[in-house]
Ligand binder design. Structure first.
Ligand SMILES: [Zn+2]
Length: 493
């Protein structure tokens, strides 16, 4: 049978179409197979974690992380990133942080969302937006027989740690939050201190340390005290070594900043090490570690201090990562932040960054403020500019590696005059800074090309990093309320 050329073309076309169709079918089958594999792996991984770590960098937005990596690379003379442990995790995403009442969340609403998967109003801790207590992941896992640890670099009754065990209408009810801690029956707490060990509204109230001891908690002050007491302890509260911290220490209730740390000061990696050591007695545990002081440094718009805090937070993550390598199939580590603080920006004028300049800053703006204030108190009206200049040279590298122009000096001298008149304090959320310290640190940040939009929080999305059993669930854009349910799904029954 003769076949016309038109028919041949048609048949060829048909064959081509059929080939495409077959390929499409095969491709569909291939994708179905891949999807099935993915779902299978999800069902395999979900529910397998016996050890769950929840790291929360308070105030740690994307630029807090990136500036740290680019700063470290600049120290090596490179325009690049020296990667932190957290950004090397195989799964990452971002989370929006708004609360049910505000586009910009506070730490208590954000902490509640992260601990329970429920949005609430700013200022509320552990209650949903109708005032009902939420069920946190720490409480749920404790009820299932897991050991639970809640730790932070600020006071153990602060909003983020409190969001895992406390249920109060106002986050500043520190005494009530502390009482709920002492009655939580959780296994391990680590951090600076109780912020309010006595009820400020009562003439006589029960001391929270006594209450905790009555509830069979051992109080360890400092890392070596922990090591001495851990064998006899049923439950543990590990806090900073020196007493009196709770009254007023560097603005109140925090372990000293990494940049200000003295050899005996507790560190977040030590707290994490102690927590793992203690919780490992149980065959399943949940540990929350908060890098709480990142937020405080961001509230002060103090970039050098922020970077050192992010490094310390990452060092604590490395401690958990070592544990993960020993138990890779049964461990889940999730890192995120409750919100961004400061509206931290990288770039404020031209197309350059000069982050390495921040290495000249040897103390936090808080400590600089205290130091300058002491200088004023010791010398009074006779305090000379030269004495102040020496401090700025030694602690910020001004006039040496950090160039100071005539305009810069004029600005610093104006602030110095205000210091001498003992006025014009700058109020941040946690600290009253004197104008001179604030001006000097703002100047070095400006020269490093770091910008700040606010002394408060921002609505910027925060990073999410995950590794281990169930980690693949944490990719993509998500809401902060989605993190806790995914984590719970990963937990072994
Ligand atoms: Zn916060």
């Amino acid at each position: 049978m003769a076949i016309s050329r038109k028919k041949v073309l048609y048949l060829q076309g048909e064959t081509f179409y059929l080939t495409l169709k077959n390929r499409a079918i095969m491709k569909d089958r291939f994708f179905n197979l891949i999807l099935a594999c993915c779902l299978f792996s999800l069902t395999v991984y979900a529910g397998e974690a016996r050890y769950i770590f929840y790291f929360i960098g308070d105030g740690m937005g994307p630029n807090q992380v990136l500036s740290t990596e680019m700063y470290l690379a600049e120290l090596e003379g490179r325009i690049s990133r020296r990667q932190l442990a957290m950004t090397q995790f195989p799964y990452s995403g971002q989370a929006a942080t708004f609360s049910s009442s505000n586009g910009i969340t506070d730490s208590s609403a954000a902490g509640t969302a992260l601990s329970s998967g429920k949005k609430t109003t700013n200022g509320t801790l552990g209650l949903d937006d109708e005032g009902k207590p939420v069920h946190t992941i720490a409480e749920i896992l404790k009820e299932r027989g897991w050991a639970v640890g809640i730790t932070t670099s600020v006071s153990i009754d602060h909003a983020t740690p409190g969001a895992f065990y406390a249920h109060v209408k106002k986050r500043n009810e520190y005494y009530m939050i502390g009482r709920q801690l002492a009655e939580s029956n959780f296994d391990f707490f680590g951090g600076a201190t109780f912020y309010q060990p006595y009820d400020p509204n009562a003439d006589k109230s029960e001391c929270l340390y006594d209450l905790a001891e009555q509830n069979r908690y051992t109080i360890a002050r400092g890392y070596s005290d922990y090591n001495d007491k851990k064998y006899d302890a049923e439950k543990m509260i590990l806090i900073q070594s020196f007493e009196g911290l709770e009254k007023d220490y560097k603005g109140g209730g925090m372990i000293p900043y990494a940049i200000d740390k003295q050899p005996d000061d507790l560190t977040l990696p030590q707290i994490t090490t102690a927590a793992i050591d203690f919780l490992q007695r149980n065959d399943r545990f949940f540990l929350m570690v908060e890098g709480g002081a990142i937020d405080w440094a961001c509230h002060s718009n103090d970039a050098a201090t922020v970077i050192k805090e992010v490094i310390e937070f990452d060092d604590a993550i490395k401690v958990a990562l070592d544990f993960y390598y020993a138990h890779p199939d049964e461990t889940l580590i999730v890192i995120t932040a409750d919100h961004e603080t400061g509206g931290m920006a990288l770039g404020n004028s031209d197309y350059t960054l000069n982050l390495q300049l921040l290495q000249n800053q040897h103390l936090s703006v808080d400590q600089l403020s205290d130091k300058l204030k002491k200088l004023y108190v010791d010398n009074g009206a006779s305090l000379k500019w030269d004495a102040v200049k020496q401090v700025l040279q030694a602690d910020l590298g001004f006039y040496n590696t950090v160039e100071i122009s005539a305009d810069d000096e004029k600005m610093l001298k104006n602030a110095f005059k205000k210091l001498k008149k003992n006025k014009q304090n700058v109020k941040t959320l946690y600290k009253n800074l004197n104008k001179l310290a604030d001006t000097a640190v703002r100047l070095i940040d400006k020269k490093a090309k770091v910008g700040w939009t606010t002394g408060s929080h921002s609505a910027a999305a925060v990073p999410v990093f995950a590794i281990g059993a169930g980690a693949e669930q944490f990719t993509g854009w998500q809401d902060n309320t989605q993190i806790m349910p995914k984590m719970l799904k990963s937990a072994k029954e």
